[in-house]
Design a protein around this ligand. Structure first.
Ligand code: ZN
Ligand code: ZN
Length: 238
């Protein structure tokens, strides 16, 4: 009989080698093959304010018409649905940095992301509070930003002063209240935001409350234009 315990170090090593697509097991491949990207992250029509899917010809969803978000544009590469949640968890919580490159490529190939990166002055990753950063060891949004726009990425201009408890189950107004004061612009460099075009990068957008709170903070410091670029957008609650 095979000794599975003895095999474990070997299989975990295999999982790190760029051999098989993690989704369809095609071989050889980077963590996810091109065929799976076009199948599971097809370009989609999305609301310009919050990146929810919208029918062709519709620019904004009802929520964004009623409560215009503080973003000039919001772009998402894929829907937060199989196979992405697993892959994102591996990247984010297990520090599997092998995913940063493929995810950055996925982001860059989403509609309008490339022009947004070209036209902006600064790319800001959504920051983690210092405690969360210590615990996780890296900021997944910074890894994505760096790979998309190394020369424009600034990891210290936007600060997260505190993490907020899980937001699910809260109404929109409560979420925003929870997040008040959770972001700040580095006081010594506040002038570097004024009049600038900014791209904010995040891995997963759920309610959008954190991105909106960060964007509000940047607006107050005089940002001229803010585009959010997110890897995965959750579907609307039903
Ligand atoms: Zn594949
Ligand atoms: Zn919307």
């Amino acid at each position: 009989m095979l000794n599975h315990r003895a095999l474990r170090p070997f299989t975990s090593l295999l999982a790190r080698l760029p051999s098989q697509c993690e989704v369809c097991r095609a071989w050889p491949s980077q963590p996810v093959c091109d065929a799976c990207v076009s199948r599971f992250a097809p370009p989609a029509m999305r609301c310009s304010g919050c990146a929810l899917p919208v029918p062709e010809g519709v620019a904004r969803c009802g929520d964004c018409v009623l409560h215009p978000p503080p973003l000039d544009a919001c772009l998402a590469a894929c829907t937060y649905a199989w196979p992405w949640p697993d892959a994102i968890a591996r990247f984010k919580f297990r520090g599997d940095a092998g995913w940063a490159g493929p995810f950055a490529t996925l982001l860059r190939s989403a509609p309008w992301v490339e022009p947004a990166l070209e036209q902006c002055d600064i790319v800001l990753p959504m920051p983690l509070a210092p405690g969360r950063l210590r615990e996780r060891g890296f900021n997944q949004s910074l890894e994505l930003a760096r790979r998309m726009a190394p020369a424009k990425t600034d990891a210290t201009l936007l600060l997260r002063t505190r993490e907020t408890p899980a937001q699910s189950g809260l109404a929109r107004a409560e979420r925003l209240r929870n997040l008040r004061g959770a972001f700040a612009v580095e006081p010594l460099r506040a002038d570097q935001v004024r009049g600038k075009r900014i791209v904010l990068v995040d891995d997963v957008m759920t309610s959008g409350a954190s991105l909106f709170a960060a964007a509000d903070t940047l607006r107050l410091s005089g940002a001229a234009h803010i585009t959010a670029v997110v890897l995965a957008r959750t579907d609307p609650p039903r």
